[in-house]
Design a binder for this molecule. Structure first.
Ligand SMILES: Cc1cc2nc3c(=O)[nH]c(=O)nc-3n(C[C@H](O)[C@H](O)[C@H](O)COP(=O)(O)O)c2cc1C
Length: 213
């Protein structure tokens, strides 16, 4: 089974989307099915012919991206539109299964659900099969904790959903296209306080007075 791990974050490195895809990749090592993975970063406005051909060779696309204004980043939308057209112009391909992994800056994971549903609707238009979604809250701390143990501590709830998602990816023909929600096991008020401290620090480093923001 060939799996495309697609990162829709515009960040070159250190994104929460990248961290979540790394976790998926790690869990795929434990499954019984033989899997091959290929990675793409959609931090641009369009896909190359090579990207499109590579995606068409895959059985599954795990698409991870950050929530932007309660929806998808515009460059991810454009890439999806392009892939949809490519699939329409090249019909008769093998089933293409899609998992959406969306993370956001606010704490609450449920805010990502509409963006996952956009991907679900896209699947209908692109003759793809939606196999489920992961909504991950408090994305601001994911890249800092994703290498911690998933057995206990703040990563535990996220690790659990990623493990279930990896199982979904390799379960061909599964009809359960559940949308799962997870936030780190970390108090919301502390997450908010840490985010505020970080913003003030960045503002000061850029010569801005936090009071003026
Ligand atoms: C333009 C822009 C819009 C955003 N809109 C939202 C939003 O509507 N809700 C939210 O919770 N976070 C929002 N965020 C925060 C990102 O979703 C958050 O920082 C996320 O963890 C980034 O993921 P990444 O590291 O994978 O890029 C926004 C960030 C940017 C830059």
């Amino acid at each position: 089974m060939r799996i495309a791990l697609v990162n829709g974050s515009p960040k070159q490195s250190g994104s929460a989307s990248d961290a979540l895809l790394s976790m998926v990749k790690d869990h795929l090592k434990d499954v019984e099915v033989k899997v091959e993975t290929t990675s793409q970063q959609w931090n641009r406005d369009s896909l190359s012919e090579q990207d499109l051909q590579e995606l068409e060779k895959c059985d599954v696309m795990a698409l991870a991206f950050p929530l932007y204004v309660d929806s998808l980043p515009s460059h991810v939308l454009r890439c999806l539109k392009q892939l949809e057209e490519y699939r329409r112009e090249n019909p008769g391909k093998k089933p293409f299964r899609v998992l959406a992994i969306v993370n956001n800056g606010f704490y609450n994971a449920h805010q990502n659900r509409p963006a996952v549903e956009v991907v679900q609707n896209w699947c209908k238009h692109a003759d793809a099969v939606f196999i489920g979604g992961l909504c991950i809250g408090a994305g601001g701390m994911v890249s800092g904790i994703y290498r911690m143990s998933g057995e206990h501590g703040p990563l535990k709830p996220i690790a659990k959903t990623v493990r279930l998602a990896a199982a979904k990816i390799v379960q061909e023909g599964g009809t359960n296209c559940e949308i799962m929600l997870a936030e780190p096991a970390f108090p919301q008020f502390l997450y908010k306080r840490a985010a505020e401290m970080q913003w003030k620090d960045v503002a000061q480093k850029n010569g801005l007075n936090p009071r003026e923001l």
